[in-house]
Ligand binder design. Sequence first.
Ligand SMILES: [Zn+2]
Ligand SMILES: [Zn+2]
Length: 111
Amino acid sequence: MDKCMNHPLKVAKGRCKSCHRPLCDDCKYVTSIGIYCSEECHLKAKEFMDRVSPDLPPPRRRSFIKGKTVKGVIALAILLAIFYAIMYFIYQATTVEDIISVFRGYISALF
Ligand SMILES: [Zn+2]
Ligand SMILES: [Zn+2]
């Protein structure tokens, strides 16, 4: 088994993600992006990651949400148009007031 790079008597539990040197529990520098031997290696790896993954995914995700919202608005408009058409053909309701009075009639019939 590998021994820690700083403690020759201790068994290494992991390796630095940047320089791949063996590390014991005391020497592990745990970060959100992995285990490193030092802050230096962590920063090096972070810089590398920033360069490798450009900021492409966020705009793509944003346009996807926008497309979904537009579809939702269109669907709502179609539903409203169908609702309005039904109201017009059954009750000859042409204005919002007419539709409200139809609902008022229903409500007063219920109670
Ligand atoms: Zn390292
Ligand atoms: Zn150590």
